[in-house]
Design a protein around this ligand. Structure first.
Ligand code: IMP
Length: 456
């Protein structure tokens, strides 16, 4: 196999770039977006909500962003929250205030009036559903429980409890949904909240939950927060097209990760949104043809937060070492992340589904100094070998990884400025990823700082 040709430079491409995670989130997209923001005029979120956690380190200061596009840290760039995002307006204000106290100018932020709002009852519902699922899983036996291969009953998803799933569910239910534009119309807001609580109260009441949820209080607080956000809530689809039509470069920042996509991920252990690049169309109104470059971000190993299958998961000291060196604890919830070897069956599938034109390989430094490194190149499922990613969590749960083994390699981030500075072993690892995925590694990152990045 030979390495694919490097992807052409920015100037040869249409004006829009997408950055999307090829695993289960936390691939280091925040740093990549921050780096690429330099060459773009606007940074846009199209999916997810405050479940995302993007960490960016600028001049030694770490910023954790959940809703606001990471591009906000660059003065003069437009930051746009598209209609596909579910926005917790109180969290948004909190984030704006935190950035303001650290001297970051947030005046360029605009939020789609079509984006749906996450309200207090969405978070209560998320938590209640998770608790009920957990309890119910212990009481249920799977159908066909006498068969040894019977799928385990769905337990809790392990959500971030940020109300993401219930807010997207209300969007599809329609009559009970509140869009950001509705926060500016008290009568509409009251009507929507009343409908939502009418529909949800029976569930809450049956489980003695959500007792503090009150229409008047939610509306009063929603109107106040709407007033605070009013200058930034507006139509964003035309705004984006106007930017593109005037030759501006736009960067789309995917939240979460492809394997958490509601259609293409490890269903049902997924998030509520379209994470893949196809979500840019529905989540912003910018058609796919305008996106010329798709940078698929992947860690040099795997991590996952929450429940669901992960074939290469490590439950030993090797995994603990990677977790510690990689500081694998959630930005949003602080939960320790599950850790495993790199799964190239999953990454190759994710690169395909997103149309990745380049890879950004992150956290390579974390693998430096290990005795050996393993990479999953195929699965064995029920005795059959395959390099195709299964359609759901039940098949994936039975997948046994087939590994390629690499000798350990040295990696000293301080001496890495260009890809040729990597040790031969590290270079072999990168080349193997490129060949197996069939996409060139445009960027390799060996640390959180902007400087610890190598470009092809
Ligand atoms: P939800 O998005 O809060 O509904 O959570 C659904 C699943 O996606 C859970 O397993 C979460 O841990 C996971 N998840 C959601 N957002 C992220 C993220 O940004 N990084 C990693 N995992 C995430």
């Amino acid at each position: 196999m030979t390495a694919p040709a490097p992807s052409p430079s920015f100037s040869d491409r249409p004006a829009a770039t997408a950055v999307v995670g090829l695993q289960w989130g936390d691939e280091g997209k925040g740093k990549l977006v921050d780096l690429l923001a330099r060459e773009h005029d606007a940074v846009v979120r199209y999916n997810g909500g405050a479940n995302a956690g993007h960490s960016v380190v600028v001049k030694g200061t770490r910023y954790s962003l959940h809703l606001i596009p990471s591009g906000i840290l660059y003065p003069g760039k437009a930051a746009i929250i598209g209609n596909g995002v579910v926005v917790d307006p109180w969290k948004l204000v909190e984030e704006l205030e935190t950035l303001a106290t650290r001297g970051v100018d947030t005046s360029s932020l605009i939020v789609s009036n079509r984006a749906h709002a996450v309200l207090p009852y969405h978070k209560a519902e998320d938590a209640l559903r998770e608790d009920l699922l957990k309890r119910a899983a212990t009481e249920r036996t799977p159908s066909g429980a006498d068969r040894p291969d019977a799928p385990a009953p769905v337990s809790e998803i392990g959500t971030t409890r940020r109300g993401i799933g219930p807010a997207y569910a209300d969007k599809v239910q329609r009559a009970s949904a509140v869009r950001m534009g509705d926060l500016l119309r008290p009568d509409v807001l009251r009507d929507r909240v009343r409908v939502a609580l009418t529909l949800k109260q029976p569930l809450f009441a049956a489980h003695q939950a959500g007792q503090d949820l009150d229409v008047d209080a939610i509306v009063e607080s929603g109107v106040a927060i709407g007033r605070r956000l009013a200058p930034m809530i507006r139509e964003t689809t035309y705004a984006l097209h106007d930017l593109l039509d005037s030759g501006k470069r736009v960067l789309f920042e995917g939240a979460n990760g492809t394997l958490l996509d509601v259609d293409h991920g490890t269903y049902p252990y997924v998030t509520g949104s379209t994470v893949v690049t196809a979500g840019i169309g529905s989540g912003t109104g910018v058609p796919p043809g305008r996106v010329g470059r798709v940078l698929g971000v992947m860690k040099a190993y795997s991590t996952r937060v929450g429940a669901g299958p992960m074939p290469t998961e490590l439950h030993d000291a090797v995994g603990d070492g990677i977790r510690t060196r990689g500081r694998e604890f959630g930005t949003t919830t602080g939960r320790p992340r599950r850790v495993g070897w790199l799964d190239l069956v999953a990454v190759r599938y994710a690169a395909m589904v997103n149309g990745a034109t380049g890879l950004a390989l992150t956290m390579l430094d974390v693998l430096g100094g290990m005795d050996s490194v393993h990479v999953c190149t195929a699965y064995e499922i029920d005795g059959e070998r395959t390099n195709r990613f299964p359609a759901d969590a039940y098949d994936l749960a039975r997948a046994k990884p087939v590994y390629a083994t690499f000798e350990g390699f040295r990696l000293d981030p301080a001496s890495c400025r260009t890809l040729s500075d990597l040790s031969p072993g590290a270079r072999r690892y990168v080349a193997f990823i490129e060949e197996t995925v069939g996409v060139p590694a445009d960027i390799v990152s060996v640390g959180p700082d902007r400087e610890q990045t190598m470009f092809r």
